[in-house]
Every structure is written in structure tokens, then in C-alpha cells.
Design a protein. Structure first.
Ligand code: M6R
Length: 614
């Protein structure tokens, strides 16, 4: 949601900024803009719609050559996505250009105050107030950093701000509260951005800013302060991936590339976490083992796909540890006055590490003194920073809005955590853990087997491309897989899709079944699983009412075949691991349907990759 870039250095600022915005398109946006300083004036272009509109504007009327610039992709909150509401915003005195990510909650009061002082607003945005405040602050404060600190002191809500002052060329100032911001440090150049993807082509040296910090960059310096003016403690780090990870590499969509990256992402997430004797070593678990031993409840809090990963993890965590595990949608969590104590382990799952609902849930849990463990894919993002411990999924950058490798690696990380809890609490013998770990380690190869057969799913998608509605059913861990299969289809193909617990069908949803309705059914492993036969019965129930059944069942499951119009065969794995192979054809199906129907798979309408507002 909103992407921000600022640049100071020897290159063409407009080129670097627009390229940075392009690399953050995945975050979701509906207008874009760029501003540079050259020849003693600020030049600005901004346009509603996709970056292509801004680029057309720039082609028609190029910006002057400049060494300093900033840009923004806006996901509208206050004010429609129009040219005028697009960022950057200029201050009333023409000195400051500013971009903002987040929501300034007290913007109405600030607007009233500024208007009473004679300031005229030109947009409907909350952000414009910050531009005017900074314009006023730089008139009386010679330090850009101090002027920005003064502005931050006036703002309530969540914000990343990036700005420059025409009267202080060669400097860009930025601030962050509850919204992402990283600094990139190159040779004689510097960047600020919402995401390292925007500058990975130029430098791998990054600095993670903390909450409530301001930073000023010049071509050869980075100075960070807290909002209260003390030198800030920041964390320099090297970005672990390169430019190719942020490019499509021959695929039509990032989503498709990311589907195919799942075996590697799964293997990387396991790497180094399993000792030679099969025991788990989670070095990142900074929580005192005594706290893990005393825990009497686990609550998993997450949104969207990450929530579905949590629903799957619940089965494994309860099975292995016998600790009750609740799973809660993050946006609901703190508003229901949840029972959270020092002996509740709160596990948050987030690919981006910036989801505002999840971040607020963490803060609530920590206020109750509960230990918080984050499962996250984004190094140094807000969620791990604010948690007591973090287990990083190592999926690499996930750019498609529809989460794929994020999901499978989240399940793996949750399983590692569950097993670690069991290990620390002495609930599993070493050989039991080794057996489970061996199954986990076999998964990347099994995922490869599924990927090798996806052509059949492509054929199926061509047959079903016109279906107005698709249902997904499953039981046990197959139920969250059904929910996730439906979410994938909804978000990128805009089809009506629902996931149901197969056993619930007869309590209502079966009324939706009519001749020809496609229903995907996830069948648990046969023989070893008591639910196998129940799901087969559920498939018969819908098929006898005319549904077209697409059955995901393990290879050799002859009992499932007679009731299937299409069979998608899965490798033989234990029940708990089946989601990791069963979800892949469903992800691919959604990607194919969306492609066939001409949709933008990576940037579906109305959605943002990282949802940084509540
Ligand atoms: O970055 P997070 O994992 O916290 O994001 C949570 C959800 O917004 C995210 O999973 C969303 O549901 C995806 N678009 C699903 O594909």
C-alpha cells in the first residue's frame, strides 16, 4: 500500500525514482507522482491510474535533469484517486515537496488550523497538511531534520514521510511511525524507500530505521535521530537477495514465478534449523525456554492467507504439543478483549511484516505481557521488530499480490515452531522429531512433483474459464486449504468462490449446488486417515446433485476416482503435510483463470500487497 522512494546522487533522479516506483508496483496503488529539484525550482508530475500514465506524462513533458528526487505510488484512503490527490504535495510557500504513506488521523484539525492561518489546500488528502506544516517549519528552523521532527510531533496516526526543501538542495528527509521505511546506502548516493526492492539494483547495503525516527540523507551521509532528537539506534544490514529475485525471469507473472519457487523457498526455510541429530535449533527464538515450557495456550493472529496458514498450523501444534491453540483474524483480535496472559504465546504470521491489523494485535498482546513470536518473510520489518522472537520464512521477495510461496513457507515455519515447542517441553522423543523432520525435508521434492504436472490444471482452467462460481471443500487441514483455494480465485480472477468444511455442506451450503457447478474437493490420504471416507461421501453428495467434481487425492487413491470428473493426483504424504502439496494446483488454477480472463494477476483490482492501514 503506497510506495515511497527518495534519491540523492549522481544519477538522473527522475529515472531512479520512477524505476523504484515500478519495482514497488506490487504493493498496490491507484495514482503515482514524482518531483525533482533542478535550476532552483521544484518540478512535479503526477497522474491518476497506473505508472504507465505517469510515464506517458513524463514522455510528453520530461522533468529537468536532476540529482535529487522523490516519488510515490498512492493507494487512496482520503480523497479519490485523482491527479490532484496524487502525491507529491507542495507546501503553500512552494519550498517543500512531500510524499506520505499511512493515515494522519488528526488531519481535519490540522487542516482547520492551517486554513485559519490562510493556507489554501488544493487536494482532499490528509497528507497535504504535512506538506504545509513542513513548509512552515523550514521557514523558522534551519535544520531540515529538526523541522521534520517538529512536524512529526504534530501528527497522529501512521506515517512514512519523505520530503525535500528547495532551499536546502542535496538533502532528503524522511520519518517513520507505524509504516515502513528503509535507507539504501550506495557509493556516493543514498536512497529512502518503503521497500528495498526499489533500490536493489544499485546497492545491497540497507539501514533499518526504528519506530519514531527521522533520517536525513545526502549523497554521502545518513543521519538518523529519534523524534525527540537523540541519535537513533539503527540496524545496518546486507540485503540477502539480488535484482533477479525482484524480476519475472521469463515468467508472465510474478505469481506464476513464485508458485514455481515454492520447493526452493520451503527448502530454504528449513535450512540450518535442523541439527545433524535431527533436533531443531531455532537460534532466532530469543524467548526464554522456561517461558515456552510454562505456556498454557497459543494464539495465532494473522490476516488473509497468513490466517489460513495459521488455521493449518493449529492442527499440528495441538497434535504435537497438546497445548490449546486458537487462531484469530488480526483485525478482530484486540476488539474482543481476548484472554491473553503471560503464559499465552502469541504467534503472528505475516509475509510483509507491515500489516497494520497484525501489528496492532501484537501491541495489544504485549500490553498483556504475552510473549510474541513473529513468523515473517521481511527482514527488519515492523512486526518482527516489535516481537520478542522471530522465525523468518525464507521465501525471498514475494511480489505477486496473491500470496503463494509466502503461504507454504508460513506453514513450514509454524510446524518448526510447533515441533520446537514439543521438543522444549519434552513431549516428543528425539526419534519422533527426526521422523517428522524427515517428512518435512522430503517436501521440496514432493512439491516439485506437483509442479511437474500442472499442465493438466491449465487444461482444466481452460474448460472452466467461464464458470461463474467455484466451490472448494475439505476437512481437517483440507478445510483451510479449501478456504485458501477460494481466496486465491476471488482475489485475482474476481470469480465468486467459497471454501467450506466438507462436513458442513449439508448444514446449508449444499443448497448452492446446481448442475455443472465446479467443486474442488481435497481428499485426505487414504487408509491412514479416518476422514478419507467421509470426504468421499461428501463428494458423492454434491456429484449426485450435478456438481462437476475436481478431486485432489493422493496417487493410487482408487476409491476417490469413481466420483471425480477430474482427478488431480498428489504425492503420498502424511495428513498434516498434505496442504503443502494440495495448495499448489489451486494456486496455479487461479493464476490460469485470471490470465485467461485477461486480468492483471500481479496487481488485482482494489488490492494492495501490504495492507498498512487498519
Ligand atoms: O503480509 P501479510 O502476510 O501480513 O498479509 C496478510 C494478507 O493481507 C495477505 O495474506 C492477503 O490476504 C493476500 N493478498 C492473499 O493472497
Amino acid at each position: 500500500m503506497c510506495g515511497i522512494v527518495g534519491y540523492v546522487g549522481p544519477r538522473s533522479a527522475a529515472t531512479v525514482v520512477v524505476e523504484g516506483l515500478r519495482r514497488m508496483e506490487y504493493r498496490g496503488y491507484d495514482s503515482a507522482g514524482v518531483a525533482v529539484v533542478a535550476d532552483g525550482r521544484i518540478s512535479l508530475r503526477k497522474k491518476a491510474g497506473k505508472l504507465a500514465n505517469l510515464e506517458a506524462e513524463l514522455a510528453a513533458e520530461a522533468l529537468p535533469d536532476s540529482r535529487q528526487g522523490l516519488g510515490h505510488t498512492r493507494w487512496a484512503t482520503h480523497g479519490a484517486p485523482t491527479d490532484v490527490n496524487a502525491h507529491p504535495h507542495l507546501s503553500y510557500n512552494g519550498r517543500v515537496a512531500l510524499v506520505h504513506n499511512g493515515i494522519i488521523e488528526n488531519h481535519a484539525a490540522l487542516r482547520e488550523e492551517l486554513e485559519a492561518d490562510g493556507v489554501r489546500f488544493v487536494s482532499e488528502t490528509d497528507s497535504e497538511a504535512a506538506a504545509h506544516l513542513l513548509g512552515r517549519a523550514v521557514e523558522r528552523n534551519p535544520s531540515l531534520l529538526d523541522a521534520m521532527r517538529e512536524v512529526c510531533g504534530r501528527l497522529q496516526g501512521a506515517f512514512t514521510l519523505v520530503a525535500f526543501d528547495l532551499a536546502q538542495p542535496g538533502r532528503i528527509v524522511a520519518a517513520r511511525r507505524n509504516s515502513p521505511l528503509v535507507v539504501g546506502v550506495g557509493q556516493g548516493e543514498a536512497f529512502v524507500a518503503s521497500d528495498v526492492a526499489s533500490f536493489i539494483g544499485y546497492t545491497k547495503e540497507a539501514i533499518e530505521l526504528g519506530q519514531d525516527q527521522v533520517v536525513e540523507i545526502t549523497a554521502d551521509s545518513v543521519t538518523a535521530l529519534t523524534f525527540t532528537g537523540e541519535p537513533a539506534v539503527v540496524r545496518p544490514y546486507a540485503i540477502a537477495w539480488d535484482l533477479s529475485a525482484a524480476e519475472k525471469g521469463g515468467y508472465d507473472w510474478f505469481m506464476r514465478k513464485e508458485i514455481y519457487e515454492q520447493p526452493k523457498a520451503a527448502a530454504d526455510t528449513l535450512l540450518g534449523r535442523i541439527g545433524p541429530d535431527g533436533t531443531l535449533c531455532l537460534d532466532e527464538m530469543r524467548i526464554d525456554p522456561a517461558v515456552l515450557r510454562l505456556a498454557d495456550k497459543v494464539i495465532i493472529v494473522a490476516c488473509g492467507t497468513a490466517y489460513h496458514a495459521g488455521l493449518i498450523a493449529k492442527y499440528a501444534i495441538e497434535h504435537w504439543t497438546r497445548i490449546p491453540c486458537e487462531v484469530e483474524i488480526a483485525s478482530e483480535f484486540r476488539y474482543r478483549d481476548p484472554i491473553v496472559t503471560r503464559t499465552t504465546i502469541v504467534v503472528t504470521i505475516s509475509q510483509s511484516g507491515e500489516t497494520a491489523d497484525t501489528l496492532m494485535a501484537i501491541r495489544h498482546a504485549r500490553e498483556q505481557q504475552a510473549p510474541v513470536v513473529a513468523i515473517c518473510n521481511t527482514n527488519g520489518s515492523s512486526i518482527p521488530r516489535e516481537s520478542d522472537a522471530v522465525l523468518y520464512t525464507r521465501a525471498g521477495p514475494e511480489i505477486g499480490v496473491a500470496s503463494t510461496k509466502g503461504f507454504t513457507t508460513q506453514i513450514i515455519a509454524c510446524y518448526l515452531l510447533g515441533l520446537y515447542l514439543a521438543q522444549e517441553r519434552g513431549l516428543k522423543y528425539g526419534d519422533e522429531i527426526r521422523q517428522i523432520v524427515a517428512e518435512l525435508s522430503a517436501l521440496p521434492a514432493q512439491m516439485e512433483q506437483v509442479l511437474a504436472k500442472l499442465a493438466e490444471v491449465g487444461d482444466l482452467a481452460r474448460e472452466l474459464a467461464d464458470a461463474p462460481s467455484v466451490l472448494f471443500i475439505g476437512r481437517h487441514v483440507g478445510y483451510p486449504v479449501a478456504l485458501e483455494g477460494a481466496l486465491k480465485l476471488k482475489e485475482i480472477s474476481y470469480l465468486h468462490a467459497e471454501g467450506f468444511a466438507a462436513g458442513e455442506l449439508k448444514h446449508g451450503p449444499i443448497a448452492l449446488v446446481e448442475p455443472g457447478l465446479p467443486i474442488f474437493a481435497v481428499v485426505p490420504p487414504q487408509g491412514r486417515d479416518q476422514l478419507h471416507d467421509k470426504v468421499i461421501s461428501n463428494i458423492q453428495e454434491v456429484r449426485s446433485r450435478g456438481a462437476r467434481t475436481i478431486v485432489l487425492a493422493e496417487e493410487g487413491d482408487v476409491e476417490a476416482v469413481p466420483y471425480a470428473d477430474h482427478v488431480i493426483s498428489l504425492p503420498v504424504v502424511s495428513t498434516l503435510f498434505q496442504p503443502l502439496v494440495a495448495i499448489i494446483p489451486l494456486q496455479f488454477f487461479a493464476c490460469e483463470i485470471a490470465t485467461l480472463n485477461g486480468h492483471d494477476v500481479d496487481q488485482p483490482r482494489n488490492l494492495a500487497k501490504s495492507v498498512t492501514v487498519e
